[in-house]
Design a protein around this ligand. Structure first.
Ligand SMILES: Cc1cc2nc3c(=O)[nH]c(=O)nc-3n(C[C@H](O)[C@H](O)[C@H](O)COP(=O)(O)OP(=O)(O)OC[C@H]3O[C@@H](n4cnc5c(N)ncnc54)[C@H](O)[C@@H]3O)c2cc1C
Ligand SMILES: *[C@@H]1O[C@H](CO)[C@@H](O)[C@H](O)[C@H]1NC(C)=O
Ligand SMILES: *[C@@H]1O[C@H](CO)[C@@H](O)[C@H](O)[C@H]1NC(C)=O
Ligand SMILES: *[C@@H]1O[C@H](CO)[C@@H](O)[C@H](O)[C@H]1NC(C)=O
Ligand SMILES: *[C@@H]1O[C@H](CO)[C@@H](O)[C@H](O)[C@H]1NC(C)=O
Ligand SMILES: *[C@@H]1O[C@H](CO)[C@@H](O)[C@H](O)[C@H]1NC(C)=O
Ligand SMILES: *[C@@H]1O[C@H](CO)[C@@H](O)[C@H](O)[C@H]1NC(C)=O
Ligand SMILES: *[C@@H]1O[C@H](CO)[C@@H](O)[C@H](O)[C@H]1NC(C)=O
Length: 496
């Protein structure tokens, strides 16, 4: 037990340290970690240690060069303009360009013909119309239902109903739920659309939702945060505070004023720790990471999220086969296609090859394209060698486009591995079906700092999933990094 005397000593000591130079360990150098560090540095809190398990900063922002083109293995789009910190930070540099993604006139059947314009427009409205910005975020009457269930109702009342007396189209529409699910799963990053709660607090923002950092990659946002872009001469002094290849193995904190953090290489102590790794990392590693374990209300919040993923397979063609105006293809698998697939390589689910989950194919630039895969097979797809991915993508392209285009051979492949990488364990969060309660935010619980004996917050939580309504996005992650930095700055200022 601490005596009153010791407590006074302790408080004075800490008061002094916090007023002078508080020390902060930031776990993770993703969007949230980098945002927190830059905000602290701008406020003269410089005793910062950023511990990052990977050999690079950025986390789920990962821009790389592939066959001469900048590709984004993780986050790719700035979702919306109004009130979006990513947009505000980047808008003056003329680097954001809308990909103008719409299903209209890009959906193909396996016989090489394009879905007719009106029908593709109806698919667009049914699937993406659901995600239009709406202020209250309350979908009304969907309590406890999944996005999948609500979408099926929407699909029936919009598409099935419209075409029920049109015999040529009605059969196609009947087979289109799988297509809708694929699109929804890509948006939600969930393995199934039935996993995701239909009611949620997520806020869509007005403006283009598909603004890509063309030619420079999403990582430019990190450089803007670090003041390393557009002019590196004003870069914040952050480089010597980032320790790459330094995976945190244990966070030891018994409730007093200092936390001890162990990595594979070293031991660190600090007055504050900001924890930013993903919900996937929390789900899989929380009992090893936190000593003692996190309180049960924190664990309950972690349980309330899905952490699924999507896979992107980047491919390069030495020879162009598409027309210059093409930049996106979407593949509508009909029931007969699914039955007739003859591709024995790689994983299957319920007898269907992984390649039947390739649905979108978008141009990145030059001769580089990306195939998108959603659904339960994503982790298995990530484990496949390049030659299987290459022949699978070629098979699908030839099947859907081979009659109208002379599809050429792929010579290079680059795949993502978000689900199988231990430092992520998935791609992005959504709230689990059945776990949503209005006014009872799991994100807020995940965000709530843990206070020590002195009632001062010591162990802080940032990262996209701790954002009340922008979870699963970079703009959300940045705001949470700022939020936790501000919390420390406030304590520091009050101690002065
Ligand atoms: C394929 C994909 C596409 C996406 N598309 C978009 C998009 O278009 N637009 C958008 O806004 N968002 C998108 N997102 C989501 C967005 O990327 C994330 O929400 C955001 O980057 C999360 O940032 P973060 O800092 O919260 O977490 P992270 O980026 O995951 O950062 C956490 C960091 O902690 C590190 N770490 C983990 N464990 C440890 C450990 N034990 N010790 C030390 N370090 C550790 C990780 O390596 C990582 O660098 C996408 C994500 C994926 C995967
Ligand atoms: C930073 O903080 C740590 C932990 O409190 C302390 O040991 C170290 O001396 C501090 N470094 C500087 C430069 O003040
Ligand atoms: C191609 O398939 C679609 C959908 O199955 C069908 O509507 C269309 O008539 C077919 N086109 C040709 C040329 O066979
Ligand atoms: C069926 O729907 C298609 C696509 O909207 C349309 O082109 C066609 O004229 C319709 N046929 C009938 C008989 O209404
Ligand atoms: C970068 O900033 C420095 C100092 O502010 C300035 O001297 C230099 O001209 C700038 N460089 C560019 C390319 O803008
Ligand atoms: C805090 O607790 C740890 C572990 O119980 C201990 O090693 C450390 O000395 C304590 N620090 C202070 C400042 O009391
Ligand atoms: C590609 O472009 C050529 C020449 O403009 C045109 O004839 C052809 O129809 C186009 N192919 C497709 C599938 O759009
Ligand atoms: C298709 O492309 C290949 C490779 O460029 C070429 O050898 C072949 O002649 C082309 N075939 C047709 C039918 O255009």
């Amino acid at each position: 037990m601490l005596s009153r005397y010791h407590l006074v000593i302790l408080l004075c000591y800490c008061h002094h340290v916090l007023a002078e130079a508080p020390s902060v360990i930031i776990i993770g150098a993703g969007s949230a970690g980098i945002a927190a560090a830059t905000r602290l540095l701008e406020n003269s809190i410089t005793n910062i240690t950023i511990l990052e398990a990977e050999n690079r900063i950025g986390g789920r922002i990962h821009s790389a060069t592939f066959c001469g083109e900048v590709v984004d293995l993780g986050a790719e789009y700035c979702y919306g303009e109004k009130g979006n910190i990513v947009y505000d930070l980047a808008k003056n540099y003329n680097i954001l360009k809308s990909d103008s993604i719409t299903l209209e006139n890009i959906v193909y059947y396996s016989n090489g013909s394009k879905m007719d314009t009106e029908l593709s427009r109806d698919f667009e409205e049914t699937i993406f119309g659901y995600y239009a910005p709406n202020d209250d975020g309350d979908n009304g009457g969907t309590d406890g239902m999944s996005v999948g269930e609500v979408m099926i109702d929407r699909y029936k009342s919009m598409l099935v109903k419209k075409y029920e007396h049109n015999s040529t189209i009605s059969e196609i529409v009947k087979e289109g739920l799988r297509y809708a699910a694929g699109n929804v799963q890509l948006l939600e990053g969930s393995y199934s659309w039935f996993d995701v709660a239909a009611d949620n607090d997520y806020k869509e923002l007005e403006g283009a939702w598909d603004l890509a950092f063309q030619g420079v990659g999403f990582k430019t946002i990190l450089n803007i945060l670090m003041k390393n872009y557009p002019n590196s001469s004003e870069k914040l002094p952050i480089d010597d505070k980032i320790f790459l290849n330094n995976k945190v193995t244990e966070i030891k904190w018994t409730g007093n004023e200092t936390v001890t953090v162990y990595t594979s290489q070293n031991t660190y102590t600090a007055d504050f720790v900001i924890f930013t790794p993903s919900v996937g990392v929390l789900k899989h590693q929380k009992t090893n990471l936190f000593n003692p374990n996190l309180p049960s209300w924190k664990n309950d919040a972690i349980e309330a999220f899905n952490f699924g993923s999507v896979a992107k397979i980047f491919v390069h063609f030495p020879v162009q086969w598409w027309n210059d105006s093409d930049d996106y293809f979407s593949f509508f698998w009909r029931d007969a296609d699914l039955r007739s697939i003859d591709f024995p390589k790689g994983p299957t689910l319920d007898g269907l090859s992984w390649i039947t989950y390739i649905q979108e194919f978008g141009k990145i630039g030059g001769n580089v394209w990306a195939a998108w895969v959603s659904g339960d097979l994503v982790p298995e797809v990530e484990k496949q060698p390049s030659n299987i991915l290459k022949s699978g993508v070629e098979y699908v392209l030839k099947k859907f486009l081979g009659k109208v285009y002379n599809v050429t051979e792929i010579d290079q492949v680059l795949k993502t591995s978000w689900a199988t990488n231990d430092n992520f364990k998935g791609g992005y969060v959504s709230v689990r079906r059945g776990y949503y309660r209005k006014g009872w935010s799991h994100q807020d619980k995940l965000a709530k700092p843990l206070k020590g004996e002195s009632e001062r917050p010591v162990l802080l939580f940032a990262g996209d999933a701790t954002h009340p309504f922008f979870y699963s996005t970079v703009h959300g992650a940045i705001e949470t990094g700022y939020r936790e930095a501000e919390r420390i700055i406030k304590i520091h200022n009050e101690a002065k």
